[in-house]
Design a protein around this ligand. Structure first.
Ligand code: ADP
Ligand code: MG
Length: 718
């Protein structure tokens, strides 16, 4: 969204900027014979402009005032062309008179304008241009141009510079020029004017009192805003550009405060709803634990205790359980479900894919059914009759534990007594989908919620984006695991890789072979998987090779997975459908083709399918060169680390929080200025103040949220 317009042509259009906004009244085009609705009246131009601005989130005056520059440009000085040619790289501004203006056709159609001053000349080159630009920059006209100066075929040149036609001696700005985030058809000049207008009308009331500002060492609101939109000539330019200036700090603090307030208030609201207390850790929980073939790790014990404490309360648990792949979250979820059942309530577990839901079902049912727990299985692919049967069990309350996919949140599904909702891989679901399931209980009561994620989030992010959730972390793996050895291999060496697969098969080990992600085409992805399957089946006649992908019918998928689980097949060719949750401890070799196309967390998830048993496991990342910079870093990170938290930190560093968090974009929309890596100290301050304000100062809370979130908060509250 933060596209920058600022091409030369956009700047040209600015000169015909919107009459309504500029406060200039233009007459309707009376010479036009076309119907009136096509005429460019001030009213409909203004409407169009405000529509475009609304798309940028700019509606109320305060929205404009808080639309702060994404960067600044220095137009305060003109450099002589001779000096400019010595300053490689950075942007410079020159001014001169046009000596030549031609359209040239080689190597392609382009406008080439030469300007000269006393010291030399510079060529301005435009690959996209309007016809009238040739007239505008006729020989003899004075042009001020700003851009990166390069040494090209014609000597010093600028490609697509920003430029202005000026009179000799036209004054230079005395301060930095702000550049605003913009969108298509919204020129900078329009934004500047709209913001300046809004600033004359807005209520400058500071939501934080002078005493609070002093205690926090923060600058006041109005002067901060004014500095950012209209930097004074004597401002410390570096700190302004680097967003370290106290004016920026105030803005970052304010937005972090709004975010904390909003999330925490949502949490308070949810807490105020009642939940059924589930205090009993009874017979089922106890015999389940006694019958486990292993004992829980310390980390599992700790998070289980946290969950048990929450379930005892008469307000709903909102807990996020984070743990690296293979850390044993499933057993913790099953124990939480057992506690709900011990108290006479139903528990539901929702997973993002059928394969994953199926795995859970198989595993948890195998633990709990022998102890007399009645289960139900519900996914979209069931036949109507099976669905009806499952629904009947759920509605009557006979099914104590229900496991399934999105199908669980359909309106037709009615629980008798839902006490606990568990959502696996919660980041795969939208917030509203999660809450839909949470609404499926008696009026006035909300079920407890346990969300699970194998994408560990660094502490900073968890604290800001999940301020409304309690977080539990499983920070150790079950004993006896040998770390996975990861190798990065050029795909030319595929034959060697196939030989390794063969060797592994002969040793009785099982192998995953993951086909490349082809984002542009699902059909192509399917094709690749089928081809790879044929190729491997031919190359490895003594092994059985299975194939699983997203287009298989559920029954076929299930049959293939079951064969692999039983070790009837030794190699499983798969698209990324196996990404989450598949658990076959005997599999110890993972091959990922075109690993350079996958994201870090996805690679880590995929790799996590091996290393689940005692055997030493290997992950081979095949890549096709040449590798780009980030791809190289991703693969290097995978080779060097097995630690999900470490990998998540690296991922965050490479991608930034917006992309990293994906589905929870609602939270990201709140942070435009603060940088979670460098502004941690501000996050801490904002958290503390949010707590204090929520306790003692509802008026300030309301004013601050209104200012910073306004209409956005409605949708964040879900
Ligand atoms: P994830 O956290 O990735 O969902 P799982 O719950 O699937 O991990 O557990 C991974 C494997 O570890 C499973 O085979 C599970 O049975 C096993 N496991 C879980 N907890 C323990 C434990 N405390 N000791 C030994 N094995 C365990
Ligand atoms: Mg899991």
């Amino acid at each position: 969204m933060a596209a920058e317009d600022q091409s030369a042509s956009a700047e040209l259009n600015n000169t015909q900027a919107d009459p309504a906004i500029a406060g200039i009244t233009a007459l309707p085009d009376s010479s036009s014979k076309k119907p009136a609705k096509k005429a460019k009246t001030p009213a409909n131009t203004a409407a169009k402009a405000s529509e475009k601005l609304a798309k940028l989130g700019l509606r109320k005056d305060m929205d404009f005032v808080l639309h702060l520059p994404m960067r600044y440009e220095d137009e305060t000085e003109i450099v002589s062309m001779r000096d400019a040619s010595f300053r490689g790289g950075s942007s410079v501004q020159v001014e001169g008179v046009v000596t030549e203006c031609d359209i040239q056709y080689r190597p392609r159609r382009q406008l080439v304008v030469t300007i000269a001053d006393d010291s030399g000349q510079v060529v301005l080159r435009f690959l996209n241009f309007y016809g009238n630009q040739t007239k505008q920059m006729a020989v003899g006209v004075r042009v001020r141009a700003r851009g990166e100066l390069r040494h090209g075929f014609f000597g010093a040149e600028m490609v697509h510079p920003h430029y202005k036609i000026v009179n000799e001696g036209a004054p230079l700005p005395t301060a930095l020029t702000p550049v605003y985030p913009s969108g298509e058809g919204v020129p900078q000049a329009l934004l500047r004017k709209a913001i300046a207008n809004a600033m004359t009308r807005v209520n400058w009331h500071d939501t934080l009192s002078p005493a609070r500002l002093a205690a926090l060492h923060l600058q006041d609101f109005e002067s901060s805003i004014r500095i950012l939109h209209n930097p004074p000539p004597d401002v410390d330019q570096h700190s302004l550009i680097e967003r370290e200036h106290p004016a920026w700090e105030r803005m970052k603090f304010d937005e972090l405060l709004a975010q904390q307030l909003s999330l925490k208030r949502a949490q308070i609201t949810r807490r105020s709803k009642g939940a059924n207390a589930l205090p009993l850790v009874g017979e089922l929980s106890n015999s389940f634990l006694l019958n486990l073939p292993f004992s829980l790790t310390k980390a599992q014990e700790k998070v289980l205790a946290e969950i048990r404490d929450d379930l005892r309360e008469a307000f709903p648990m909102q807990r996020l359980l984070q743990g690296d792949v293979g850390s044993g979250k499933t057993i913790v979820a099953a124990l939480a479900a057992a506690q709900a059942i011990d108290n006479g309530f139903q528990a539901a577990l929702m997973a993002p894919t059928e394969i994953l839901a199926e795995q859970h079902f198989r595993k948890i049912a195998a633990w709990l059914e022998p102890l007399g727990v009645k289960t139900a299985w519900l996914t979209g692919s069931l036949k109507k009759k099976e669905k009806d049967a499952a629904n009947a069990l759920i509605t009557s309350g006979e099914a104590q534990l229900v496991i399934g996919t999105h199908a669980l949140i359909q309106d037709s599904v009615q629980f008798k007594k839902l006490g606990l909702v568990i959502v696996d891989e919660q980041h795969r679901f939208g917030v509203s989908q999660r809450l839909n399931l949470a609404n499926k209980t008696e009026a006035g009561k909300v079920p407890h919620q346990l969300m699970m994620s194998a994408t560990p989030i660094p502490r900073t992010l968890a604290m800001t984006y999940y301020a409304d959730l309690e977080v539990s972390i499983i920070d150790e793996l079950p004993p006896g695991r040998t770390p996975i050895v990861t190798r990065v291999i050029d795909q030319n060496r595929r034959d060697e890789v196939i030989a390794r697969v063969q060797a592994a098969g002969q040793e009785g080990k099982q192998v995953y072979w993951v086909c490349p992600l082809i984002e542009e085409s699902e059909t192509l992805q399917l094709q690749t998987a089928t081809d790879t399957h044929t190729m491997l089946a031919e190359a490895l006649p003594e092994l059985k090779v299975g194939l699983v992908h997203g287009r298989l019918k559920p029954a076929e998928k299930q049959a293939t997975m079951e064969a692999f689980i039983r070790n009837d097949s030794q190699v499983l060719v798969a698209t990324t459908v196996i990404e989450v949750g598949v658990d076959v401890p005997n599999a110890s070799l993972m091959v990922i083709e075109h690993a350079e196309r996958f994201g870090l967390s996805q690679l880590h998830q995929l790799r996590g399918r091996v290393g689940r048993g005692a055997a030493a496991s290997v992950c081979l990342l095949l890549y096709q060169g040449p590798l780009g910079g980030t791809a190289k870093q991703r693969l290097a990170t995978m080779r060097e680390s097995n630690d999900g938290f470490e990998i998540a930190r690296k991922d965050l560093e490479l991608r930034g929080p917006g992309e990293f968090l994906g589905a929870r974009q609602s939270g990201e929309a709140m942070l435009r200025f603060a940088n979670l890596e460098t502004d941690q100290w501000l996050v801490d301050k904002a958290r503390n103040l949010a707590d204090e304000l929520l306790k003692n100062d509802p008026i300030t809370v309301a004013a601050h949220l209104e200012r910073w979130l306004g209409y956005k908060e409605e949708f964040l509250r879900v």
